[in-house]
Design a binder for this molecule. Structure first.
Ligand code: GLA
Length: 387
């Protein structure tokens, strides 16, 4: 993809003197879902799949964007300082949003750019193609204009762009995983204070398989913002009887002792998911560090059940994938990953069972869902790169 992006740059804009190339990864979350805006823990890793850019400075203030993934859109033009969002929610909004967020911090671009983007993460698959694009933009502008900003700050500005510019109230997990990824490691991140630890994640006798439902999650943004609101309501009720500042400040024991304060049954279930998912994430990392991958897998399965029943962010297609996987010998764990309502599952499967996994899950899915899923065998990749 890197070569395709560079070649496309020359085709679209012609040869330029100093064309630079950049990469930022997508991510898969192993466990800790919908905890990152509740002050809880998450455990994602970066992927070797991601988004690439080729870019060159211009002599004026014009910005030109082109994506090899959306050739039909052609070249979109804008200019430095004009950060009015484009109404069509085009992919350029993620880039302009980061430019806007950087400018808000005093990081002004002193000229325009010609940019070509290309990604090999399937869009809308819940593998954070948008966070990768945001982080990519931050890395690219830092390099082009010499901005003094850390990867972690780039992640935070990416989240700000997504929240305030693009209108999705996401947490910090995706941008953090993309900006801070480390090869062969997952990131155990406490979103309450952004303290984190790299945990080695190298499988010996197993493989990590991402299965894409190939179902686009159209309802995702509005339902995601609804979940945040419901968690906020649950927290408000709990604050009357505890000193919790976020749902995940509560242990399951604290929660059980105080949950009657939440009158709305829906908000109660949302809060229960957040509190127990946070506990599962902490226990999962402990199990992994102790070499107990079977326990990690059981926690993954429990995470899916909670996301399906209490948090209600799964969907029929994700349930078919996870529930089919659970029945296959050699599958240690399988769960939906990311925001939900479509996208992917992540599974840990014994090497010798991987072919059977793909065959049985693939056939069952086609039969029940009516279309095909796609498999990717992955391992934790590194963070962003400047080539
Ligand atoms: C999306 C958001 C993340 C996180 C997950 C759910 O990916 O962007 O911040 O909330 O959903 O865990």
């Amino acid at each position: 993809m890197k070569e395709t992006v560079s070649k496309t740059f020359r085709e679209i804009y012609g040869a330029a003197d100093d064309v630079r190339s950049y990469f930022a990864p997508g991510r898969v979350n192993l466990i800790g879902e919908h905890t990152d805006y509740n002050g809880g823990h998450v455990f994602p890793c970066a992927l070797s799949y991601g988004t690439y850019a080729a870019a060159a400075r211009r002599n004026d203030r014009k910005l030109r964007f082109y994506s090899v993934n959306f050739p039909g859109n052609g070249v979109t033009e804008s200019s430095v300082g004009d950060y009015r969002p484009l109404r069509d929610k085009s992919w350029t909004s993620y880039m302009k949003g980061v430019m806007w967020a950087l400018a808000g911090r005093g990081f002004e671009m002193d000229c325009g750019l010609d940019i070509v983007i290309g990604g090999d993460i399937p869009a809308g698959a819940g593998l954070s193609s948008s966070a990768a694009l945001e982080v990519l933009t931050g890395i690219m502008l830092r390099d082009m204009f010499g901005f003094d900003i850390s990867n972690q700050e780039i992640a935070l500005l990416g989240q700000k762009a997504e929240n305030e510019y693009c209108g999705l109230n996401c947490g910090i997990m995706d941008q953090f995983a993309s900006a801070m990824g480390r090869k062969d490691h997952a990131i155990f991140l406490d979103t309450s204070d952004l303290s984190f630890q790299y945990v080695p994640f190298v499988l010996q006798d197993e493989v990590l398989i991402i299965t894409n439902t190939n179902k686009k999650h159209s309802l995702k943004d509005s339902a995601y913002n609804d979940r945040r609101r419901e968690c906020g309501e649950a927290l408000e009720a709990l604050r009357k009887v505890t000193d919790a500042e976020a749902l995940c400040d509560l242990s399951p024991e604290d929660f059980e002792g105080n949950k009657d304060a939440i009158k709305d049954p829906v908000c109660l279930r949302r809060a229960r998911h957040a509190v127990y998912e946070n506990r599962r994430t902490i226990e999962g990392v402990r199990a992994l560090e102790a070499g107990d991958l079977e326990e990690f897998g059981r926690l993954m399965n429990a995470s899916h059940v909670s996301l399906r029943d209490d948090y209600e962010v799964s969907c029929r297609e994700l349930d078919i994938l996870a529930e089919t996987a659970w029945e296959i010998p050699g599958v240690l764990g399988s769960r939906m990953t990311g925001g939900g309502f479509g996208g992917c599952t992540v599974s840990i499967v014994k090497k010798e069972a991987a072919d059977e996994f793909c065959r049985v899950v693939g056939e069952t899915y086609r039969e029940k869902a009516g279309f095909d899923c796609t498999f990717y065998v992955v391992s934790p990749g590194g963070g962003p790169e400047v080539f």
